[in-house]
Design a protein around this ligand. Structure first.
Ligand SMILES: CC(C)(COP(=O)(O)OP(=O)(O)OC[C@H]1O[C@@H](n2cnc3c(N)ncnc32)[C@H](O)[C@@H]1OP(=O)(O)O)[C@@H](O)C(=O)NCCC(=O)NCCS
Length: 183
């Protein structure tokens, strides 16, 4: 067993600077939060993250049970914000997820933005993020933040493009068995 350190950026945005929520491509629709959707969010989260770098950084993202438990934890947080928690559904089922939490000091925290691999690159990730930011704004918040693994180029590009800026660099220690991915 060895410990690897993953560089992560804490990025922030002033919600007044966030672009408006775009229309979804034809055939796709928003699904607003309700408690019966914990499992649906967990399932999409699993499909989005299972083969990605964040499943190494946060092993619970790499299996169904972990994603289910994580979704339950997010739902039970005191600051869980249904207005910033959305699914996108499309012709082949649910394909995108995001959750939002109001942290102390009135900051919105984006949790686990994900789009399933076959639906990437057509604007769904941007739309989900902007929908969550709109939910924060409607809840009266002024700023939002997220954390992203530095080597997750697609996500870092997306966040920068939409106006997030890096405020801090942190390192996440992860225990890995021999042969596992390192940075
Ligand atoms: C990060 C993630 C959510 C992005 O989702 P996405 O749906 O591909 O995001 P978008 O389509 O909005 O943007 C991706 C690219 O497609 C481009 N794009 C957006 N709409 C487009 C369209 N209509 N036609 C062509 N390209 C388009 C964007 O400009 C962007 O290009 P870039 O990579 O050069 O910046 C997705 O890659 C993912 O789920 N990754 C795994 C989970 C993860 O790591 N999440 C982040 C945790 S912090």
């Amino acid at each position: 067993m060895k410990i690897s350190y993953f560089k992560r950026f804490k990025m922030e945005i002033d919600l007044a600077d966030a672009p408006p929520v775009p229309m979804l491509p034809e055939g796709f629709a928003w699904i607003a939060w309700e408690d019966a959707l914990v499992e649906a969010h967990a399932e999409v989260k699993f499909h989005c993250f299972q083969d990605e770098i964040d499943a190494t950084v946060f092993p619970s993202l790499g299996n169904r049970t972990g994603c289910h438990n994580l979704m339950g934890e997010i739902r039970r947080k005191q600051g869980f914000l249904s207005a910033a928690t959305w699914l996108i559904t499309g012709p082949s089922g649910n394909c995108g997820t995001v959750q939002g939490v109001r942290e102390r000091y009135g900051l919105g925290a984006i949790q686990n933005l994900g789009v399933t691999p076959s639906h990437r690159g057509c604007g769904l990730g941007s739309a989900l993020l902007l929908k969550a930011l709109e939910g924060f704004r409607r809840a009266g918040l002024q700023r939002a933040f997220l954390e992203v693994t530095a080597q997750n180029d697609a996500a870092v590009r997306l966040y920068r493009r939409l106006g997030f800026r890096c405020r801090k660099t942190v390192y996440k220690a992860v225990e890995q068995t021999a042969g596992a991915l390192t940075m």
